[in-house]
Design a protein around this ligand. Structure first.
Ligand code: F6R
Ligand code: ZN
Length: 208
C-alpha cells in the first residue's frame, strides 16, 4: 500500500494579517537594518559618513513569514522609512536569490517607491511601484527597493522559500542605478552621472 502524507490543514495557521500602518505581519519574524549596516550602498560616501555622525537611524524593517517545507512560499512585509543620503533615497541592501532562477512578486501597500533591478548581463532599470501595484522580479535579477516619498514605503514580497539571499553577488559591483531626489521628483541615474540639484526648500510667505 502506498502511504500518503496528509498535512492537517488548520485555517488559523494559514491566515496572516498585515497592519500596514503599524508595519506588522502576524506570524512573522522581524529583522531591522540601520544606516550603519548599509555601508557601500549609497553613492555619496562622504554624505553617508556625515549622516552616520548624526546617528544611526532605522532605515528599514522586514517581517517574514516562512515555511521551510519543500515547494513552499515565504513572504515578507518590508517597510522603508523616508529619508535620503546625499539626495539618494533610503534603500534596501539588495540581493540576488542564491537559487538564481527563483523569481519574486512585490506588491505595493503604502507610500511610493520602486525597485531597482539588474540582471546578470548588466541590464538594469528602475520600476516605480505605488499602492496596489505589482512588480514581477524575474529570476537571475538582483533587486533593491527604494522609498521615493516622505512617508514609510511598505510592500509585500512573495518568493520560493528555498530561494535564499545572496547579498555578496551584487554588493561588490553595487547596482548601476541610483534613485535620487531632484527638483522634478525621483530620478534614476547611472552611478557616475552628475547629481541633480537638491529640491528647493518651500518658501514661506511673510507673516506665516
Ligand atoms: C525577499 C525580498 C524582500 C527583501 C526586503 C529587504 O527575497 O526580496 O523581502 O528581503 O525587501 O531587502 P534585503 O533583503 O535586500 O535587505
Ligand atoms: Zn528577494
Amino acid at each position: 500500500m502506498v502511504s500518503v502524507e496528509v498535512h492537517s490543514l488548520v485555517p488559523e495557521s494559514l491566515l496572516h494579517r498585515i497592519d500596514v500602518a503599524g508595519g506588522t505581519l502576524s506570524g512573522g519574524v522581524t529583522s531591522e537594518r540601520h544606516l550603519s549596516e548599509l555601508s557601500g550602498c549609497f553613492a555619496d560616501r562622504d554624505a553617508y559618513r556625515a549622516a552616520l555622525e548624526e546617528g544611526d537611524p532605522l532605515v528599514y524593517s522586514v517581517v517574514t513569514a516562512s515555511d521551510d517545507a519543500a515547494g513552499s512560499l515565504s513572504f515578507g512585509l518590508g517597510v522603508i522609512q523616508p529619508g535620503r543620503v546625499g539626495g539618494e533615497f533610503y534603500l534596501t541592501k539588495g540581493h540576488y536569490h542564491s537559487r538564481r532562477e527563483a523569481a519574486e512578486v512585490y506588491i505595493g501597500l503604502r507610500g511610493s517607491g520602486g525597485l531597482v533591478l539588474e540582471n546578470e548581463s548588466g541590464s538594469s532599470c528602475f520600476v516605480p511601484m505605488g499602492v496596489g501595484e505589482i512588480v514581477y522580479v524575474p529570476g537571475h535579477t538582483a533587486h533593491r527597493s527604494v522609498n521615493c516619498g516622505d512617508e514609510p514605503f511598505a510592500y509585500l514580497g512573495v518568493y520560493a522559500s528555498d530561494a535564499g539571499h545572496d547579498y555578496a553577488g551584487i554588493a561588490e559591483a553595487n547596482f548601476a542605478l541610483v534613485v535620487m531626489d531632484g527638483p522634478d521628483g525621483p530620478r534614476a541615474l547611472h552611478r557616475g552621472d552628475p547629481r541633480p540639484e537638491p529640491r528647493a526648500p518651500i518658501e514661506q510667505e511673510a507673516g506665516e
